[in-house]
Design a protein around this ligand. Structure first.
Ligand code: ADP
Ligand code: MG
Length: 302
């Protein structure tokens, strides 16, 4: 069973309703509050061996734990407000290891004005485990941006550059909250997702949830300088952990955003939303078109 088959299985048994506006399947859940307000909530677990190595710096691991959740809240066009942090510490851990881990988490929280409001601390017999939960909210008068809102005719854009995250950026990336908040303040956004698994996989999630096709142009995909060797396009499509934002806006707005950037970060038009069976098409440099297979990170091989 693959990761997304299991998530689908869970989602089928837990429909939205009773104040759950958007349940399983987006970057965050959207929950109704009394009055017209809502909050968004996300939780992410990082495990030794899967998301970081035992030799990685504890500050960077703590930072990454909060930063991945910040990225999910940004992908909703929302601001992160409060964090909860659960840690499972390996037996015999050094006290300085734990404090450095928390220092890294607090650095990410402080950088984005987030308060650490609680958590849990346990011993782990299976390596370090750290799980962050973040609560955020849209700017006043706005609604969260979902994966499902892309409309035919919109342009597809991405922040920053893709690929090569394993060179170290996956531990040190800056979540795109400032960019997301400037984006929703400046224009209407059709759909948005953050690139955690890799463009080829995450673009498919956005396409599937919006019921549209995305046509992406190979020669427009911005590749990171950190792509060291091999095929740069494959790295940009499949490496994962870019934590950039993929979103759709009207073509006129897209042109203006590409000219100005967002919060000092470059944004690039990489494709367009077209009608047809949900999926992603990659248009090659020679104009050839092929369905783009999901080649990003997948937790269960079987
Ligand atoms: P992201 O990469 O944005 O963090 P995921 O791919 O991890 O998102 O998860 C996709 C969706 O599935 C999210 O809405 C998440 O809350 C939900 N989800 C993942 N695992 C579980 C689970 N074990 N139980 C309930 N919901 C889950
Ligand atoms: Mg996400």
């Amino acid at each position: 069973m693959k990761e997304f088959d299991l998530i689908r299985w869970i989602a089928e048994r837990t429909p939205a309703g009773d104040g759950v506006v958007t349940g399983i399947g987006d970057d965050c859940a959207v929950l109704d509050l009394p009055g017209d307000a809502c909050i968004v909530v996300t939780t992410d677990m990082l495990l030794e061996g899967t998301h970081f190595r035992s030799g990685d710096s504890p500050e960077e691991i703590g930072y990454k734990a909060v930063a991945v959740s910040l990225s999910d809240v940004a992908a909703m066009g929302c601001r992160s407000l409060h964090a909860f942090l659960a840690v499972g510490l390996p037996e015999g851990f050094a006290p300085a290891f734990a404090t450095r881990l928390l220092e890294g988490a607090l650095r990410a929280a402080r950088r984005f004005g987030v308060s650490l409001a609680g958590g849990d601390t346990t011993a782990s017999s299976a390596g370090l485990c750290i799980c962050s939960t973040l609560i955020g909210a849209p700017p006043s008068g706005r609604q969260p941006v979902l994966r499902s809102g892309a409309a035919v005719g919109e342009a597809v854009m991405v922040t920053g550059r893709l690929g090569g995250s394993l060179a170290g950026r996956h531990l040190r990336f800056v979540p795109r909250q400032d960019e997301a908040l400037e984006l929703v303040a400046r224009c209407a956004v059709g759909a948005m997702i953050d690139l955690s698994d890799g463009l080829s996989s995450d673009a498919r999630h956005l396409a599937a949830q919006s019921g549209v096709r995305l046509r992406l142009f190979e020669d427009r995909i911005p590749v990171s300088d950190e792509v060291a060797a091999g095929n740069p396009l494959q790295a940009a499509l499949n490496d994962g952990e870019d934590f950039e934002l993929l979103f759709t806006v009207s073509p006129g707005v897209a042109h203006e955003l590409q000219r100005t950037g967002l919060a000092g970060t470059m944004v690039t038009v990489i494709g367009e939303v077209v009608a047809g069976a949900p999926g992603v098409i990659l248009v090659g440099r020679g104009g050839d078109e092929a369905e783009l297979a999901a080649g990003g990170y997948e937790h269960f091989a079987g």
